[in-house]
Design a binder for this molecule. Structure first.
Ligand SMILES: *[C@@H]1O[C@H](CO)[C@@H](O)[C@H](O)[C@H]1NC(C)=O
Ligand SMILES: *[C@@H]1O[C@H](CO)[C@@H](O)[C@H](O)[C@H]1NC(C)=O
Ligand SMILES: *[C@@H]1O[C@H](CO)[C@@H](O)[C@H](O)[C@H]1NC(C)=O
Length: 463
């Protein structure tokens, strides 16, 4: 206690910044405080600040019934607050305005949110990039380390500069990929020795089965692509690389295996290459068409699908493109859709009866409410570059919250793309049952639709 008083009086006399370093040392308070600070004391001092002085303006939708739950655009709001109708209160801080502005449904959740669901969001921007060698590219990943409940699928966002390679490798999981930007050459040799090579571009899809070794090389425009694996624990750091497999065999064994002298293996790089610069891929792909007695991979089993050339199916409020084993058979456990939603529109409320959904936001901004039985619901706000995850049979919608188109990818572990739509279910259920259950009026029931909508149009009910 004595030293505290001494310290305080010196500070009052000199001001902290005026204290020479040597003096600070001589009166430096100990790491722990006095036991006199425990509990009640007549000397306790209260802060002179009032937390009621926070200045803010509510958006119009923040004054609505919280159950209406309109999207709150806090991006340009003056001092956004966790308030909806009669719920919540101002936030005097500490806080990070950057997060609050882009996660308005977290700061001020709709009144229909309740309890704690799984975390259904991971922004790739929060994943650390792993650099390739010599400015050749990078990769960042989402897996169960960062989304512990996303157990069925993991994702990687990878960039290769022109001519750069993702080293020859294989892995235990199956790999499904969507090219996000640019073009690359992919090649593989399967267990029968059948060969495959193809060039893929923005919007195309490839698939490599577990254990099938393959490589990826960026063409002249460079490339960025998304990889989805059928195992939430997948890590890019644990793939079987060509350089590593050679470096972990006794040289005598390599010599025996290839029937070549030991010295022939002395030039193999001693460190893994992973992502590294290469000589440009030959312009003419036929130069890399290795034909052997095993033959080419049959077209019906091709590892690529030129999804970019598939026109989108138009629906009110946007469009949908589906790719699943019906047209891309080799990817026997991957069913996916690319959905475009116009401003104000929404991917309708639905759930996937046979699989979890792994989602990647490609363009625009969105929000989704994950509803998990019996009564938990969380609304998440997403931006391009974010991963979403919706467990099997858990309902969700995806609403466009921006001024431009929203584009996202849904990936399922299923042999067919399927969903159950809330609207179609209720619209196709006997009226008496729906009326008894939901107490909807006849004129409302008259307007229910029996067709699946996928995407519905709407106005921007955004404040
Ligand atoms: C691909 O990258 C280029 C360069 O940044 C950009 O102009 C273009 O819009 C990108 N394409 C897509 C589909 O994002
Ligand atoms: C590879 O060669 C075979 C015939 O030898 C041909 O059918 C196939 O189209 C070629 N593929 C490429 C990518 O050039
Ligand atoms: C959108 O707004 C227009 C004009 O205000 C209105 O006529 C229309 O019914 C609205 N549509 C929806 C889906 O709310």
């Amino acid at each position: 206690m004595k030293s505290t008083i001494l310290y305080t009086s010196i500070i009052l006399a000199l001001g902290t910044h005026a204290l020479p370093a040597a003096n600070i040392r001589s009166v430096d308070p100990p790491l722990r405080g006095s036991e006199d600070l425990l509990g009640y004391s007549p000397d306790n001092k209260l802060s002179e600040h009032s937390t009621e002085e926070v200045k803010y303006t509510l958006l119009p939708a923040q004054k609505e019934d919280p159950k209406i739950g309109s999207y709150l655009d806090f991006e340009h709001a003056d001092n956004p607050q966790p308030i909806r109708g009669s719920l919540g209160a101002s936030d005097p801080g500490p806080r990070n305005y950057n997060y609050d502005r882009i996660n308005s449904d977290k700061l001020a959740p709709p009144g229909t949110d309740e309890g704690q669901t799984i975390n259904a969001q991971w922004p790739m921007g929060l994943s650390r990039n792993r650099y390739g060698k010599d400015s050749s590219g990078w990769a960042r990943q989402e897996n169960t380390v960062v989304m512990p409940d996303a157990t069925k699928m993991a994702g990687v966002d990878m960039r290769l500069e022109a001519g750069a390679y993702r080293e020859l490798h294989w892995h235990v999981a199956a790999e499904w990929s969507l090219v996000l930007n640019g073009s690359c050459r992919i090649q593989a040799v399967n267990e029968n020795g059948e060969t495959f090579v193809d060039d893929v571009t923005e919007g195309d899809v490839w698939f490599f089965p577990p254990g099938v070794p393959h490589s990826i090389q960026a063409l002249d425009a460079g490339v960025e692509f998304l990889l989805v694996f059928d195992d939430g624990d997948f890590s890019e750091d644990n793939t079987f690389l060509a350089s590593s497999v050679f470096n972990h065999q006794p040289l005598s064994v390599l010599s025996k295996n290839f029937d070549l002298p030991l010295a022939d293996f002395s030039t193999i790089p001693q460190e893994e290459l992973y992502i590294f610069p290469g000589t440009p891929a030959p312009k003419d792909i036929s130069a890399q068409n290795v034909t052997t007695e095993a033959g080419l991979l049959p077209k019906s089993q091709s590892y690529s699908y030129h999804f970019s050339a598939q026109p989108a199916h138009l629906v009110s409020g946007g469009s949908v493109k589906i790719i699943d084993p019906a047209t891309f058979p080799v990817a026997s456990n991957f069913a996916a859709a690319i959905v475009t939603v116009q401003p104000g529109g929404m991917r309708e409320i639905h759930w996937h009866p046979s699989s979890d959904e792994w989602t990647f936001f490609i363009e625009g901004s969105a929000r989704a409410t994950l509803f998990t039985a019996p009564s938990t619901a969380t609304t998440f706000d997403y931006r391009a570059g974010d991963v979403g995850y919706f467990p099997q049979s858990n309902s969700h919608y995806i609403e466009n919250t921006g001024d431009g188109d929203l584009v996202f990818l849904e990936v399922l572990q299923a042999d067919r793309f399927s969903d159950v739509a809330l609207g179609q279910w209720i619209g196709s259920t006997p009226r008496q049952i729906v009326k008894d259950t939901l107490a909807l009026a006849d004129e409302t029931l008259d307007k229910l639709k029996t067709e699946k909508q996928y995407v519905v149009a709407g106005n921007r009910t955004i404040s």
